[in-house]
Design a binder for this molecule. Structure first.
Ligand SMILES: *[C@@H]1O[C@H](CO)[C@@H](O)[C@H](O)[C@H]1NC(C)=O
Ligand SMILES: *[C@@H]1O[C@H](CO)[C@@H](O)[C@H](O)[C@H]1NC(C)=O
Length: 353
């Protein structure tokens, strides 16, 4: 049979057509349909996870019996708990079966007094280019806290183990203050470098972390992000936004949800304002002066921040030893499999208090 020289041409054309179509579809998905939808229940659940990660008693945290480990987070199972001694960072990865999700939480700063940490935020430079994103600048310190410490490899390992056990769960990343900055970098990392499909990021009182170009990349890549701000909380106002230098300034990514109260005297109503898609909605937290540390430390009535400031210590007891490992930098990682997986009588990985 004689070959029809056209058929191959058609196939090639068809492929081009199909790939083009596919590309178009992908772009379309980054439209309004895929934008973050604010879910009050989810935010008030995740704020409890962001609060619990401040607990310094590793045993209570690991067994999810700490004073902040109840309420909406009941039944959560940590599978990886990470404490970076060198940089004073803490994070965990676990499975929330009621959310059908892997939850990853990052602790905010603990090392200095919160006042000092906030003062430093005024002077942060946009000093490193986010890899692979031309002109996207971020702050080196925030970037490195996630990317250049024990935290990242351990978090990735925790997610991998959770997926091996549970299959394809949703991924939700959260954190407060600097922990929110780390949560954003984690959400972006999972999307860009690990092909995670629908990462959800919800942060509380996070600072700005990059410039306008970075914010634009971020919002395309991790559209399902909610950045909760509270009333006059000072931290979301920092590092400063310079209206006169839009190309040079730090710039938040969307979508902000601004919690504040309206009313007078005894008639006060709490409002949750869903802000515009710019990241810097002038009618949200930017409409007020950021002058409150108190507003930084409580979101939805949940206390965020350490039980004591200025110390980078952890407490643990002997029962934890068998789950832990320590690297050369003195950093701790505790790993276990969720108890729900264990067969009766098996001892592997269960901790009972
Ligand atoms: C909001 O989140 C909660 C908890 O994850 C979930 O059960 C509920 O279905 C969500 N609501 C909507 C409208 O998505
Ligand atoms: C990562 O940390 C190491 C050691 O602290 C340092 O030498 C290196 O420059 C850091 N890299 C980045 C990209 O920050």
């Amino acid at each position: 049979m004689e070959r029809n020289p056209w058929s191959l041409g058609w196939i090639v054309l068809m492929c081009l057509f199909v790939t083009n179509r596919a590309r178009e579809l992908k772009v379309e998905q980054v439209g309004p349909d895929n934008e973050a939808v604010y879910n009050h229940t989810l935010a008030t659940t995740l704020v409890e996870y962001a609060s619990a990660v401040y607990i310094s008693d590793m045993t209570e945290l690991f067994s999810w019996t700490c004073s902040r480990c109840d309420g909406l987070t009941e039944g959560f199972e940590i599978i990886e708990l990470i404490f970076d001694v060198e940089h004073c960072l803490q994070a965990y990865v676990g499975v929330a079966t009621n959310l059908n999700a892997i939850v990853i939480a990052f602790r905010g700063t603990q090392e200095h007094s919160i006042q000092n940490w906030i003062q430093d935020l005024y002077w942060k430079q946009l000093d490193i280019n986010y890899p692979g994103m031309p002109d996207a600048m971020v702050h080196h310190g925030f970037y490195s806290a996630y990317h250049n410490t024990t935290i990242r490899p351990c978090v990735l390992n925790g997610i991998k183990r959770a997926q091996e056990i549970y299959g394809d769960l949703n991924i939700m990343v959260t954190g407060h203050s600097m922990g929110g900055a780390m949560a954003s970098f984690c959400g972006l990392d999972l999307t860009v470098n690990h092909e995670a499909k629908s990462v959800q990021v919800v942060t509380f009182g996070q600072p700005r972390i990059g410039n306008t170009v970075f914010a634009s990349y971020y919002s395309q890549l991790v559209p399902n992000t909610i950045r909760v701000t509270n009333d006059h909380d000072i931290v979301p106002h920092l590092p400063p936004y310079y209206t006169l230098f839009p190309q040079k300034t730090y710039h938040h990514f969307p979508r902000e949800v601004w919690l504040h109260n309206v009313g007078l005297g005894s008639l006060i109503y709490p409002i949750e304002k869903i802000c515009d898609g710019s990241g810097e909605d002038p009618s949200c937290s930017r409409s007020v002066t950021g002058n409150s540390i108190a507003d930084h430390l409580i979101y939805y009535g949940v206390k965020l921040g350490g039980e004591t400031w200025g110390s980078c210590k952890i407490v643990m007891d002997q029962r934890l030893a068998k789950f832990g490992s320590k690297d050369l930098g003195g950093n701790f990682v505790f790993s276990k499999n969720p108890a729900s997986l264990l067969q009766a009588g098996s001892e592997t990985g269960s901790i009972s208090i």
